[in-house]
Design a protein around this ligand. Structure first.
Ligand SMILES: C[S@@+](CC[C@H](N)C(=O)[O-])C[C@H]1O[C@@H](n2cnc3c(N)ncnc32)[C@H](O)[C@@H]1O
Length: 376
């Protein structure tokens, strides 16, 4: 669906942008008139004929249905319209055919969104670029605009993109409490979402600010990177500085414990002395930001597992458990393929040998845990 926030890459697609179907703009009034007239047909056969005439008219690029001048437009993907027409023509009874015509009229005249996003449920079939499955195979990192893959340990822009499209409306406020290179903030700026990112390392925060400043800000939103510790920073104060009391989405992409050491700072989660201490700090971060998240809104956590002394440490599930224990409702566990580092790719054969000899499997996935705040 090509609204202002639908520029997103379709996951599973090696060439993201090419997968978004082009839309056609039709003369809204004329289209509604044709559908209302078709609906009045006395039999399925004549109704089908009217719909097929309409289909031909709509397909013709020079036809009467193409919007001209200042006339109001109805925008569709050709696939959506074709499917709707097919369904009307395939109906066995006149009542059923009229029901499908009514549904199509509704999708043109009414916008039905939920409280947490801008997805028009009357046009749900068109959101091909929005993921609803729990297995994400991201073929390529989205590289448009200010996004860069340079920061070691960053996530692909498709993750915050999907989270913001599913769990925020335009103009909402998003907190990314482990902002790193600012991927969520860049994405928020593109989607018209306000973002505040918290990052412990001053030089990383500076780098993120620079990248964000180079990204166009068509929706004139706030994208602020603050330097601080997410376990103790006053999140309410950060929001109040912008006249806000609460945020509508929290994104957490913490260090995966000690897999990558991000700094020497002892407050850095990658320096936690043990898994228990890591989980304890994750809990403190959640306790710190949960009060500013609106009830009914979402918290997304991106994390992977690790090996220690030949044993798989289920960091992801333990983190999930720690957050559930804080009263958040688990809504989804998404498994996403892991981008191979160049070093690992070069050593693929060696890793295969190690796995065979050591009786383990090589990491290929990470998790996105999606929680809903259900309590005050
Ligand atoms: C996995 S990275 C996040 C990467 C980010 N999603 C991106 O795309 O660039 C984790 C980040 O959390 C930061 N960090 C670690 N402990 C922190 C803490 N207590 N408060 C705030 N940031 C912290 C690290 O410096 C690191 O930049």
């Amino acid at each position: 669906m090509r609204d202002h926030s639908s520029r997103g890459a379709m996951l599973l697609d090696p060439e993201p942008s090419s997968s978004i179907p082009a839309s056609i703009r039709l003369d809204r009034a004329r289209l509604l008139d044709a559908l209302t007239t078709a609906r009045l047909n006395p039999s399925t056969a004549t109704l089908r004929r009217s719909i097929n005439d309409l289909r031909t008219g709509v397909r013709s690029s020079a036809g009467a249905y193409r919007v001209r001048g200042l006339r109001e437009a109805a925008e569709f993907t050709p696939e959506f319209l074709d499917e709707e027409f097919d369904q009307i023509c395939g109906a066995q009874t006149l009542d059923r055919a009229r029901y499908y015509v009514d549904r199509l009229i509704k999708s043109i005249t009414e916008v039905r969104t939920s409280a947490i996003n801008d997805i028009n449920l009357n046009r749900w079939k068109e959101y091909e670029d929005i993921q609803t499955d729990s297995l994400w195979l991201v073929a390529n990192r989205e590289r448009g605009g200010a996004h860069s893959a340079k920061y070691w340990g960053n996530f692909v822009p498709q993750i915050p993109h999907q989270m913001m499209r599913r769990y925020t409306k335009a103009g909402d406020w998003v907190l990314d409490v482990f902002a790193g290179s600012g991927t969520s903030l860049i994405e928020g700026q593109r989607l018209g979402r306000n973002t505040i990112g918290i990052e412990l390392q001053p030089q990383v925060a500076r780098m993120a600010r620079k990248a964000i400043a180079s990204e166009p800000n068509a929706f004139d939103v706030t994208s602020q990177v603050v330097c601080g510790d997410s376990a103790s920073i006053d999140a309410r104060k950060l929001l109040r500085a912008h006249g806000q009391e609460t945020a509508q989405l929290v994104i957490m992409h913490p260090p995966y414990f000690d897999i990558i050491k991000f700094s020497e700072d002892e407050r850095d989660l990658s320096n936690a002395p043990s898994v228990e201490a890591f989980l304890d700090t994750i809990g403190r971060v959640v306790d710190n930001v949960a009060p500013v998240l609106d009830r009914g809104r979402y918290l997304a956590v991106v994390i992977g597992d690790k090996y220690a002394n030949g044993e798989w440490v289920p960091l992801g599930f333990r983190t999930m458990d720690a957050i559930q224990q804080r009263g958040f409702m688990l809504k989804s566990v998404i498994v996403k393929n892991f981008e191979q580092t160049t070093a690992k790719r070069q050593q693929k054969e060696l890793w295969k040998y190690r796995a065979l000899a050591g009786g383990f499997y090589v990491f290929k996935h990470e998790y996105i845990f999606v929680f809903k705040k259900v309590h005050k």
